[in-house]
Design a protein. Sequence first.
Length: 305
Amino acid sequence: MRCRGYVLLALITVFACRLADAQAAGSFEGGDSRMSGGISAADSQVQTSAASGIPFLDPENQSSSGNQRALAPAPAAVAAHGSPKPNDGGLRISGLGNSSAPWTIVVLLTFLTLIPSLMICLTPFARLLIVFHFLRQALGLQTTPSNQTLIGLSLVLTFFIMQPVGDQIYHAAILPLESGKITAFDALSQGSDPLRHFMAHYVREKDAAMFLDMAHVARPRTIDDIPMRVMMPAYIVSEMRAGFQIGAVLFLPFLVVDMVVASITNAVGMMQLPPVVISTPLKLMLFLMVDGWHLLVGALVRSFN
C-alpha cells in the first residue's frame, strides 16, 4: 500500500510540473506577440512623425501635469552641437613648492610618523613628564593623577613653551614652501634651525662634546655647525638629567614628612598602623597649603625662558 501511495504521489507531481510548463510556455508566447505588436506600432508612429515633421511624443515619459515631455532630439540639432567629447581631465596632485607630488607625500607621511618621537626628543615634554611622575611618587599616590592626565598636562605646557619656536618655523619654512619658493627638503633644513637654537640653550656642553666625539665630528665654531644627529641625543640626555634633578628636589620635603610620621608611630607603639596611612594625608595637606601646582608649573615654565 505504501508503494502504491508513493507511485501515485509521483505521478501527481509529474502531471503538475507538465501543466505548469505548458502554462508558462503559453504566457511567454502571448507576451512575445504583444511585445512584437507594440514594437511595430511604435515604429509606425515614429515613421509617421518623421514624415510629417512633428516630433514624436512618448506618452509613458510624460509627467502627470502634462508640462514635461520627452522629445526626441532632431538630427539637425545633433549635427550642430556635435557628438559629446569624452572628459580627458583626471585627478592631478601637485607637490608643495617645486617638488613633485610623490616626494611631497613621502615627506609628509614620514613627518606624521615621527611626530611622537619628535615630541619627546625635541621639546620639553620629557622633562615635564618626568617631574610630574616624580611628584606623584613623592606624594605617595599610585594612580592619581592618572597617566593620561599627566601626559595631557605635559602636552599643553609643551605647546605653550614651544609656541614662539613654532612661529619661527612657520615663517621660515612653511610659508616659503606653500608659496613655491623652496622644496620640501629645503623646508626641513630651514625649519630645523629654530629648533637647533632652542635646544642649544638647554644642552649641556659635556653631553654635546660626548656625542661630537662619538660621531667623529670636528669641533664646531658656532651653534649652526652642530648637526641635528648630535644635537638631538645631547638634548634628550640633558633634559632627562634636569628632570631627575627637579624630581629629587621635590622628594626631599615629602621624605621629611614620611620620616617624622614613621618615627612618631614607632615611638607611640603603633606598629600595626602603616605610616603611609598617616603621612599621605599630611603630604597632601602640605602640598595644597603651599599651592604646589602653581609653584611647580610656574617654576617649570620659567626654567625654559
